[in-house]
Every structure is written in structure tokens, then in C-alpha cells.
Design a protein around this ligand. Structure first.
Ligand SMILES: NC(=O)c1ccc[n+]([C@@H]2O[C@H](COP(=O)([O-])OP(=O)(O)OC[C@H]3O[C@@H](n4cnc5c(N)ncnc54)[C@H](O)[C@@H]3O)[C@@H](O)[C@H]2O)c1
Length: 416
């Protein structure tokens, strides 16, 4: 390939794009050169941030077509909101079909689609486009996760047998933008929003390094969802006041708690278990990612809030509320953990570096839209299980046309 350095364009200019820009400080061989958002002010301020961070001479674009047509743009990071995913992808495909641009690859944020049908459409469109494609699952690239996996498999599993149980959780006190809280726009509640991470990181830990995804097979799923906090009248009122009139959890809640067990089989039909929990009803110092892996003679555990730095701030330190110590922090006083470099520790930095290297080498990334599709299929099976209150064999009939009640705005109960 003639290109020795890639120009990257971001679609979306919100919270996650800013995380990627922080991470880009540690990414080589690629510059952030474009930002598109339908809101020109958002695009301009995010492009400004990229320039301030010196991750590239980014400029704001007025449309996806214009950004693709710009000769300096080689790859796209698709980071718009979930309900715009298909439309964003359609615009990319239309621009390419009309002969614009010289794109090499596209990397897409989670979830690939709001349901299995949308995720499958994303796969079909990327196949037709001929682009290399990556599915952005940052937690699989977190240094603690990759290092833990490497040591478990090279030192312990080779001598005593493969790991058989992975538990993963992601919890915080609720998302930052109104659309996340609206089932129809987001595709569900916390199960759809965050269990995608836990499912994929747990599956990754149980998969032998270098073995294909299909080397372990999901065979059944059992799950439960509930609205534990945000549909309580006082909290529903508070939520509506902060997120706007469309977010009414008294009449249209989404789940703020979900758990699932996924049974897998390995190559020799030995059972493996993945347990995942996720919530928007966790109040603590901030976002908590936890992971445990158990094998016959070993175990591993990780908790992102067990950080290397802790601050104690007395009651006289009465500053403004913020997220300066850790994402989604719930307090500014007392004993607080601080994460030195969140973008690196959550995995964004290694993730973005990996996808840049693949695209530069003209190589299809191992974590791709196909993985995004399977994660979505598992999430939808978990919703089916929660609604029907029974264990469901994977893959169930009707998965491709299934839309969870929460995503239709029809989920009324506070718990299933
Ligand atoms: N990997 C992670 O841990 C992680 C974390 C947060 C969000 N995400 C995912 O990233 C995506 C974006 O989330 P966010 O937190 O940045 O959301 P956000 O609400 O903070 O920002 C969304 C941005 O998209 C822009 N936008 C609106 N309509 C658009 C359109 N039609 N096309 C393109 N952009 C549009 C908005 O102007 C805004 O800047 C979501 O799919 C979300 O699930 C992933």
C-alpha cells in the first residue's frame, strides 16, 4: 500500500469521540483529520480538541459525503448515536457508490445495531462496500485484560487446563445523554447499552489465544432485567428534569439492571460459563468494570476502581461536581479513586492502535462487524429470556426480526 500514514474521520462528536481523541495521543501512524456531526458547533469544538491534543489537524465537515470526498480521509470511526447507525452507514455506502473518496476501512462503536436485524444490515452493507471493518470493543484491549489473558493461558492453562468461568460486570449511575434512556432510540436499556462489553470481554478471556471465535460455542442464555431505581417516582421525576420531557420512566421505563448467564461449549464439548451483570443503578465513586476468570488451579480478578491512586478530600473541600477523578463519578469528597489515564486503561488506546495498524497493513481486523453481530444476537436472546422468564437455546427462531419490548416502548413492568 502506498499510504504510510492514515487520515481518520470521526462520525459523531460526543462523549465517546472525545475518549478516542484522548486515546489517540498514544496512537502512531494516523492523524485525526476530520469530524462530522449534524450539529456544526459540536463538530467544530471536537475538531478543536483534536488540534489542541495534537492528534491531527482536524477540521469540521458539514456532511459525511464531504468528509469521505476529502482526499486526506482514509478511514472512518463510526461514533454517532445508535439510532443513526444504519443511516450513517447508508450515507457512507452511497458516497462510495457515487465514486467519492478512497476509503480503506471503517471501525464502528458498540452496538453494531439496535437489534439483530440492524446489525445484520450493517454486515451486509460493509460487505458490499468492500471496506476492511472493525468492531470497537475497548475492554478487550484494556492492558489489564490482555496481560491477564496472556499469563493465564501461557502459564496456567497449558499446565492445568483451560479457564471455565468468566464473570464480568459494568456498572455506573446512568448515561449522560437523553437518547440512551429512550428504549426506542437506544435499542433497550442498560442490557443493550453495556452488557455488550461484558459479554465480549468474558468470551475473549475464555477463548484460547489465536483460536477462532467459533472455537467456543454459545448454546443457551438465561437473563433477567429490572428497573430498580429510575422508575421510582422521585427518581423518575429527577431523571425527567435532567434529561427532558421525552424521558418519562413513570410511563415508559427501560431496565437499569440486567444479568445473564451464557452457557458455552468448548471444542471437546466441555461446559464453560459466562456470568454478566450490568447496571445504571450503581452509586459509587464512578464507573466500575470488574472481571473474574476461574480455572482449575488459578483465578484472576480485576476491578477498575482499585486504582493505583486514591485521594482523600475533607468536608472542607467543597468544589463543583465533575468527572475529573473517574468517569461517572458520584462524589467529590472522601476517599476517592483516581484513574491515571482512563482512555488507556479502559482499552481505547490499544484498540485504536490495533485498528490503525490493520488498516495500514490492508489486513482485516480480527474483531470485526461479524463479532458485533454475534454480540447483538446474544443480547437479543438475553432480552427474549428475560421477557419469557426461561432459558433460551441459542440461536432461537425469530431472532432476526425480534425487537425487545423495552425498545418498542412497551415494557411496563419494573422487573422480568
Ligand atoms: N465503547 C464505549 O465504552 C462507549 C462509551 C460511550 C458510548 N459508546 C457508543 O458510542 C456512540 C456514541 O455515544 P456518545 O456517548 O458519544 O453519545 P453522545 O450523545 O455523547 O454524542 C452523540 C454525538 O453524535 C452526534 N450526532 C447526532 N446525530 C448524528 C447523526 N445523524 N450522525 C452522526 N452524528 C450524530 C451528536 O451531535 C453528538 O455529538 C454510541 O453508539 C454509544 O453506544 C461507546
Amino acid at each position: 500500500m502506498a499510504t504510510s500514514r492514515l487520515g481518520i474521520g470521526f462520525i459523531g462528536s460526543g462523549f465517546v469521540t472525545r475518549f478516542h481523541l484522548q486515546a489517540w495521543v498514544g496512537v502512531r501512524d494516523a492523524d485525526v483529520l476530520g469530524i462530522y456531526s449534524p450539529n456544526p458547533e459540536h463538530a467544530a469544538s471536537t475538531a478543536d480538541l483534536a488540534r489542541k491534543l495534537r492528534v491531527g489537524k482536524a477540521r469540521a465537515f458539514n456532511s459525511i459525503e464531504e468528509m469521505i470526498a476529502a482526499p486526506e480521509i482514509d478511514c472512518l470511526w463510526l461514533c454517532g448515536p445508535n439510532h443513526q447507525r444504519l443511516q450513517n452507514m447508508q450515507s457512507i455506502c452511497d458516497a462510495l457508490k457515487s465514486g467519492k473518496g478512497k476509503l480503506i476501512g471503517i471501525a464502528c462503536e458498540k452496538p453494531l445495531g439496535r437489534n439483530a436485524h440492524e446489525a445484520r444490515r450493517m454486515v451486509e452493507m460493509v460487505e458490499q462496500s468492500g471496506l476492511l471493518h472493525g468492531y470497537l470493543e475497548d475492554q478487550m484491549f484494556a492492558p489489564s485484560v490482555t496481560r491477564g489473558k496472556q499469563i493465564i493461558w501461557s502459564r496456567a492453562a497449558t499446565l492445568t487446563g483451560r479457564p471455565y468461568l468468566a464473570r464480568a460486570a459494568e456498572e455506573h449511575s446512568g448515561p449522560h445523554s437523553p437518547w440512551f434512556w429512550q428504549g426506542e432510540l437506544q435499542g433497550g436499556g442498560v442490557l443493550n447499552d453495556m452488557m455488550c462489553h461484558s459479554i465480549e470481554v468474558a468470551r475473549f478471556m475464555l477463548t484460547k489465544p489465536g483460536a477462532p471465535r467459533a472455537s467456543i460455542r454459545p448454546v443457551k442464555v438465561s437473563a433477567q432485567i429490572a428497573s430498580l431505581k429510575w422508575s421510582r417516582p422521585d427518581y423518575a421525576k429527577e431523571l425527567q428534569e435532567t434529561m427532558g420531557p421525552e424521558v418519562d420512566y413513570r410511563t415508559k421505563p427501560s431496565e437499569d439492571f440486567a444479568r445473564a448467564t451464557i452457557n458455552y461449549l468448548d471444542e471437546d464439548d466441555n461446559p464453560l460459563i459466562v456470568e454478566v451483570t450490568t447496571s445504571w443503578s450503581y452509586v459509587g465513586p464512578g464507573l466500575r468494570l470488574s472481571l473474574e476468570v476461574l480455572g482449575p488451579e488459578y483465578s484472576m480478578s480485576m476491578n477498575s476502581l482499585d486504582s493505583g491512586v486514591k485521594l482523600f478530600l475533607s468536608r472542607k473541600v467543597q468544589g463543583a461536581a465533575g468527572e475529573d477523578m473517574v468517569e461517572k463519578q458520584n462524589a467529590e469528597q472522601g476517599l476517592m479513586p483516581v484513574i491515571g489515564n482512563e482512555a488507556a486503561e479502559y482499552g481505547y488506546e490499544s484498540q485504536d492502535r490495533y485498528f490503525v495498524q490493520c488498516f495500514l497493513d490492508g489486513k482485516q481486523p480480527e474483531e470485526s462487524f461479524y463479532d458485533g453481530l454475534e454480540v447483538t444476537e446474544l443480547l437479543m436472546t438475553a432480552y427474549m429470556s428475560a421477557e419469557q422468564e426461561r432459558t433460551i437455546e441459542f440461536k432461537p427462531d425469530g431472532l432476526d426480526s425480534y425487537v425487545p419490548l423495552v425498545a418498542q416502548g412497551l415494557w411496563k413492568s419494573r422487573s422480568v
